[in-house]
Design a protein around this ligand. Sequence first.
Ligand code: ADP
Length: 257
Amino acid sequence: IYTNTIKSSDTRQQTAGAVITLNDITSVRKLEQIRTEFVSNVTHELKTPLTSIRGFVETLKNGAIEDTTVAVKFLDIIDIEAERLYMLINDTLQLSEIEAMRKDDSVMKIDLIQIIDEVVLILKSSADKKNIALEVLANSAEVPVIANRNRIKQMLINLIDNAIKYNVENGKIYIKSEKANGNTVISVKDTGIGIPEKHHSRIFERFYRVDKGRSRNMGGTGLGLSIVKHIVNLYSGDINIISEPGKGTEFIVKLPL
Ligand code: ADP
């Protein structure tokens, strides 16, 4: 806050008035702080799998390589950690790319139902592993969205992938899309572990996880929902969450047509 006091020109030097200039520097500071935090979080997240990879390589070199069963187990872990690094770098790049965009110039009218079908096909095998049924519902043969096809596909992949990861064995996932009052509404609902209400406002933050250990075990980078939120914002939409622990979670995305 900068305060300027203007003195009157008369001899008594009385204060004739005051001009108070309020410069909102809080948003700039906040952005700086978010960036700094992000860099230190990314560094930390990258270091964890790298440390693990180096540790297992060292153990292999120190003799574990002689025991084939142990060696194969260690190599599997190294493989998983390398995959995590790859995903982390991918998600980080994607996030900064979307973040740098003010407006998407590559939008066109696309059909959501087609994209949902493609995503279901991609994720079906991981749903099958937990015997999770995916049900697709729509209120018309075509549900249009004005957006970039790949970004909408990424948004759906992230939401449905989470609905599988945080679901129970034999669970269900309902993917609904509809046109409603000039909007396209997409809902991804699961019968999984749910999210306690106190976390609802924070789960779209980068690297925020309700259960860090669980998320890591599931292969999560902690950036999925943050990417979703950025995509939704890019198209001036909004996203809401309805969730109850032990019952399930529903993410509802509204995109203006
Ligand atoms: P992650 O890679 O950890 O899954 P996300 O950004 O996709 O990161 O999600 C953030 C956190 O929100 C997750 O770690 C998880 O705790 C919670 N979460 C996301 N989706 C669901 C869901 N469908 N059911 C329960 N919890 C969820």
